[in-house]
Design a protein around this ligand. Structure first.
Ligand SMILES: O=C(O)CCC(=O)C(=O)O
Length: 282
């Protein structure tokens, strides 16, 4: 384990409940981030080699074909990258989340987002609650689910950092425009106004490598394109109180990390049992 981090639980809990998000500075050390970054680069190289979107069970690479192919995100890479698996099971993450959602946690999201300089990498304004499907598999979503993001590169307005609408989680499920994809669609502030929110509450989520953000499934957020001269990698893991969810891979039981079992768990990929084989996706 790297640099021992003092986690002020009270502040995290208070910040999270009040604002819908909290930030832990320097949860992972620079050395650790360098190693995690290398593992993420290996995943990226795999995505480039595939050249288009590819799935093997829950493992999924979202790749736009081209010269070179654009690897936009990958899901459940922890199955085959031990360094990334160790991050999702890191005790510092458990200690950060436990005061909010307890010690028995399953995992719903294990995902890397890449933003290549100059490439389209926007995420339209959205609430993650929209993706917690099927809805009847989740209970008490507001208080049982937390999304987290570990910054690998400087995460700044220039590099396309996330933007949060502070306090928006208190509105619960908002009727945001849900007719189009979130990934690859830019933020439109009219959407905020129509939902009764204000761009005055917008927070640019500036993170240094190793900083760790956590946010509510009802927090309205989005992000823009990367106009910097470096890539922007974000490692996202989403956890849920096990008793409140019928889906997901176990992550912590009574605070103790749970390794993957011999068979993948049902998360989002509904055809997991019928089509677990490797295949390209158009
Ligand atoms: O990677 C980003 O900038 C956006 C992340 C996000 O909005 C999400 O994971 O819900």
């Amino acid at each position: 384990m790297g640099v021992q981090q003092r986690i002020d639980r009270q502040d995290i809990v208070a910040d999270y409940r009040r604002d819908g998000y909290a930030i832990v500075r320097g949860l992972f050390s620079a050395d650790e981030i360098a190693g995690i970054g290398l593992a993420i680069d290996r995943v990226h190289a795999e995505g480039v080699a595939h050249g288009r979107s590819f799935r093997h069970g829950n493992l999924f690479y979202n790749v736009a074909p081209g010269e070179p192919p654009l690897v936009r995100m990958a899901q459940w890479i922890a199955y085959h990258q031990p360094v990334l698996n160790a991050v999702r099971l890191d005790p510092r993450i458990e200690r950060t989340l436990a005061p909010l959602i307890g010690h028995d946690l399953k995992q719903i999201i294990n995902q890397i987002h890449w933003k290549t300089p100059g490439a389209k990498g926007d995420f339209a304004w959205h609430q993650d609650s929209r993706f917690r499907l099927p809805a009847d598999a989740y209970r008490n979503l507001a208080t049982s689910y937390i999304q987290t993001g570990l910054a690998i590169d400087p995460h700044t307005p220039e590099s396309g950092c996330m933007k949060f609408i502070r306090g928006s989680h208190r509105h619960g499920d908002l009727d945001l425009d849900t007719t189009a994809e979130v990934l690859g669609r830019s933020m439109n502030d009219n959407v905020l106004e129509r939902a009764g929110l204000s761009a005055d509450d917008l927070v640019e989520v500036v993170l240094d490598p190793g900083d760790f953000a956590l946010w509510s499934p009802y927090l309205v957020h989005g992000s823009g394109a990367n106009h910097s001269d470096h890539q922007r990698r974000l490692y996202i893991n989403g956890y849920v109180r096990a008793a409140d969810c019928d889906r997901g891979e176990w992550a912590f039981r009574d605070g103790v990390p749970v390794p993957f079992g011999p068979e993948q768990a049902l998360v989002h990929y509904e055809a997991l049992r019928e089509h677990p084989e490797p295949h390209y996706v158009d």
